[in-house]
Design a protein around this ligand. Structure first.
Ligand SMILES: *[C@@H]1O[C@H](CO)[C@@H](O)[C@H](O)[C@H]1NC(C)=O
Ligand SMILES: *[C@@H]1O[C@H](CO)[C@@H](O)[C@H](O)[C@H]1NC(C)=O
Ligand SMILES: *[C@@H]1O[C@H](CO)[C@@H](O)[C@H](O)[C@H]1NC(C)=O
Ligand SMILES: *[C@@H]1O[C@H](CO)[C@@H](O)[C@H](O)[C@H]1NC(C)=O
Length: 508
């Protein structure tokens, strides 16, 4: 199994940097000073959606968000902070955690000292490891809430700044809390290639990449399930489709039975699935069939954190519980040669798209723009002799219409090459939109506005374009795939999305 597990890993050269990951959080925590409220510093526009999800381009976006905002999605500092959760019984008011070891007797802090009386001896409740974990999460929540209005924290690698973030300071604090606290238990059961393995190339590459990165991780992975905040179900839907599905059978049965059996085994062998009804478990899928696969077990669909490329809110994707997984088409298994592109002045083409007529949206795009306008380079498949990546680098706005599923690898391709992505989709939740304000570096166009596409793009001033283009370059790090992973890269951002979802629920 170890051999299989290192399949993606082999493409990397060194793992020396891992040590750095282990030491940094300690350093950072000691640097963070206090939470006194300064004047607000992050200039976030006021017209943002308080749920932390980006607004759509359309004016008729009065349509309500499809899910109520979870209380810890990282929103701009202008939004009122949510009232503290009623379950803050262990964490003290200032966010400190008053946990003590079993059998420990202590003086209750400042209980009656102001009256000069001796503090009474108080027998402190015995806490289970789960209560401890929950208390740690409550402390982290409290620290992150306070950071919304606080000063920036030092960070030798990167300090998130700018309008690309709903609230850069809160995100930074949350990220550092994750590094300090977060532990993931990966179930050992199951054999490759369906379990503990996944594709490292192709548009499903993030399945394999994440699974492998998680399995070899030493910072976040714990072998002690008692210390885990979340439990990872390490199956690959792309592998289930390849090895378990009977080709052309149109029968989901074998795939679903595999998942049912897997969770059945885990829920008999360990107490954790039953304990939370799956709330603190997560699965991932980039394959289109991810959402359908997750319906095999009701609690997996309903309760667990589903990390899905196919983040279609009309198909049950719930942004407050589920995580939008970036789809990254790694043809060679690495991003080598894909990153970077010229400045705005060296991008003569207004808009570009080339691709198959997959799904319901692209035919509409082609119908309106194929061979219609010299500024709109819209092709059904790439014309002979044209280089796809050259075109991305020569273009100001890269069109990313949904295909068979809502996510498109074009979004990350655009970000890699410094082309401002134009998201043309309905019901899509973009990756990391709990943290990133997509409107600041991309254009979102609902399908109904496709006929007005050119007018919309030309209506963006060149000053605004230059700002967006610069921001695309700045947030690129959050989408980069590194071996081994680097802080703030795509692996860590996905993990951070899971961390945020876990902070929002209480187990036990
Ligand atoms: C926050 O920043 C301000 C201005 O730089 C500084 O005066 C203040 O002491 C800082 N507060 C904390 C808690 O670090
Ligand atoms: C608590 O103390 C009792 C008696 O001293 C001992 O038997 C027990 O093992 C202790 N429990 C723990 C969790 O340390
Ligand atoms: C979890 O619940 C299932 C179904 O009720 C049961 O079969 C299983 O034994 C339980 N697991 C544990 C560890 O108790
Ligand atoms: C999203 O889900 C809805 C409802 O099932 C479906 O009609 C639509 O085609 C989906 N979008 C894409 C791009 O797959």
């Amino acid at each position: 199994m170890m051999m299989m597990m290192s399949a993606c890993w082999r493409s990397s050269s060194t793992s020396a940097k891992l040590l750095q990951f282990l030491l940094l959080p300690l350093f950072l925590v000691s640097v963070y000073v206090s939470l006194v409220r300064p004047p607000r510093s992050s200039p976030v526009s006021v017209d943002v959606w308080p749920s932390g999800l980006p607004l759509r381009w359309s004016k008729d976006s009065a349509a309500a968000p499809e899910a109520p905002p979870p209380f810890l999605i990282i929103t701009p500092s202008q939004s009122p902070s949510p009232s503290p959760s009623p379950v803050d019984d262990i964490a003290s008011k200032d966010g400190g955690v008053d946990l003590v070891d079993k059998n420990f007797t202590a003086h209750a802090p400042s209980m009656s000292n102001s009256h000069g009386l001796p503090a009474p001896e108080v027998r402190i409740k015995e806490y289970t490891s789960l209560e401890r974990l929950e208390a740690g999460l409550r402390r982290a929540r409290s620290v992150i809430r306070q950071a919304r209005d606080g000063n920036r924290t030092q960070d030798q690698d990167y300090v998130p700044v700018g309008p690309m973030y709903w609230n850069a300071v809160a995100f930074h604090r949350s990220y550092l809390e994750m590094e300090k606290t977060f532990k993931v238990f990966v179930y050992d059961e199951g054999d490759p290639p369906v379990f503990h393995s996944g594709p490292c190339k192709s548009i499903y590459s993030m399945e394999g990449n994440f699974i492998h990165m998680m399995e070899v991780n030493t910072q976040f992975r714990t072998n002690d399930p008692k210390r885990a905040h979340v439990f990872f179900l390490p199956f690959s839907v792309a592998m289930l489709v390849q090895y378990v599905y009977i080709r052309n059978s149109h029968d989901f049965g074998p795939i679903k039975r595999t998942v049912v059996d897997y969770i059945d085994v885990l829920s008999r062998k360990y107490p954790y699935w039953n304990r939370s009804s799956g709330l603190d478990h997560f699965m991932l899928a980039c394959h289109d069939w991810g959402p359908e696969t997750s319906t095999a077990v009701q609690n997996l669909y309903k309760n667990s954190i589903r990390v899905l490329c196919n983040a279609n809110t009309s198909e049950g994707f719930n942004p407050s519980k589920d995580v939008s997984f970036p789809e990254i088409n790694l043809l060679t298994g690495s991003t080598h040669g894909l990153l970077g592109g010229p400045s705005p002045s060296r991008r003569p083409i207004l808009a570009f798209f080339a691709g198959g007529l997959h799904g319901p949206i692209r035919p509409i795009l082609l119908q309106h723009w194929e061979n219609k306008d010299d500024d709109m380079k819209v092709y059904k498949y790439l014309p002979k002799g044209m280089s796809y990546y050259d075109m991305l680098r020569k273009t100001r706005y890269c069109l990313c219409p949904s295909g068979y599923e809502v996510a498109s690898p074009r979004v990350v391709e655009a970000i890699y090459t410094g082309c401002v992505p134009v998201l043309i989709s309905d019901h899509y939740v973009a990756p990391f939109s709990d943290v990133l304000n997509w409107r600041s570096f991309s254009v979102e166009v609902p399908v109904s506005e496709i006929p007005n596409l050119k007018r919309i793009l030309e209506g963006i001033s060149s000053r605004q374009y230059i700002r967006m283009q610069r921001r695309v370059a700045l947030i690129r790090r959050h989408f980069e795939v590194n071996w081994p992973p680097k802080r703030y890269d795509v692996f860590h951002m996905i993990l951070h999305s899971v961390w945020l979802r876990r902070l929002n629920v209480k187990v036990g």
